[in-house]
Design a protein around this ligand. Structure first.
Ligand code: FE2
Ligand code: FE2
Length: 265
């Protein structure tokens, strides 16, 4: 078959897929008001001595603060994407994603307030935010935000929800795992379409940016706020295993797009 016919077919399939994700996002849209505010605990209350309860509280506050930071980044980058994409179906889709991310930010903001206020921000997440927002190309932004970060965060939402049953935190994580499943799926489809039209220089740009991003991401994975720094030594093996599994997952995602990534740190 003629290459231009293949390209047209490929574009039509990607456009259909994006329209499907747009419909799914509209169907799944929810309101922060629907959460059980005031009826259940915001985060697990814990038991034992006061000092022990305070330590647990500090841990949950840092979980909430990191998610607030992550959705601040997602809200800003999804708006950049909405304003940059040219394809009609992609623009429709990003209009829903920008709304989702603003809603996620709203939910974390309220939960941070309910659980005693945000704590020390993760400096590596801040750096990852700046790197992503200032990425040169659309292909780089979709790859980082939707394919890599959102692909990695979904299992994390399941873990948090399991560790915090019967709380607002678990309710938010369950909602976000569905929303980010849609964002990740749409990102994979759109990145494939973008890369089918991209030059080798653009693809090389993604590989170089990922090489710059990865050491920051690894630092982010094992970062703890000052009051939790004591746990770092205890969690050493756990952190190392988390870095190993995340590295394997990003390499797998990269290979789906024929990206020869270098994740050495
Ligand atoms: Fe989000
Ligand atoms: Fe998202």
């Amino acid at each position: 078959m003629d290459k231009s016919v293949i390209d047209i077919n490929f574009f039509a399939t990607a456009a259909e897929d994006l329209k499907r994700y747009y419909g799914l996002a509209k169907h799944q849209a929810w309101d922060v008001q629907e959460l059980s505010w005031g009826k259940i605990a915001p985060v697990p209350e814990g038991h034992g001595s006061e000092a022990k309860r305070e330590r647990r509280q500090a841990m949950w506050r840092s979980v909430v603060t990191q998610q607030l930071q992550a959705d601040e980044l997602a809200a800003q980058v999804s708006l950049q994407l909405l304003m940059t994409v040219g394809d009609y179906e992609a623009r429709l889709y990003y209009s829903t994603m920008a709304q989702d991310e603003a809603r996620h930010y709203e939910a974390w903001l309220r939960l941070a307030k309910e659980s005693g206020g945000a704590c020390e921000p993760d400096p590596y997440l801040d750096k990852l935010g700046k790197l992503t927002m200032s990425a040169d190309t659309l292909e780089e932004k979709v790859w980082l935000l939707q394919v890599a970060y959102e692909g990695l965060v979904i299992p994390r939402f399941h873990q948090i929800a399991t560790a915090a049953p019967g709380t607002i935190l678990a309710e938010i994580c369950n909602k976000l795992s569905v929303d980010d499943g849609i964002h990740h799926g749409a990102g994979v489809v759109y990145e494939r379409l973008l890369l089918s039209r991209a030059t080798n220089k653009t693809k090389r740009g993604i590989v170089l940016l990922t090489k710059e991003m990865w050491p920051l991401f690894v630092q982010h994975l094992s970062w703890r706020p000052r009051e939790r720094a004591w746990a770092t030594e205890l969690m050493h093996d756990h952190d190392r295993e988390m870095v190993r599994s995340h590295t394997a997952e990003v390499l797998r995602l990269g290979s789906e797009f024929d990206l020869d990534l270098d994740l050495s740190t």
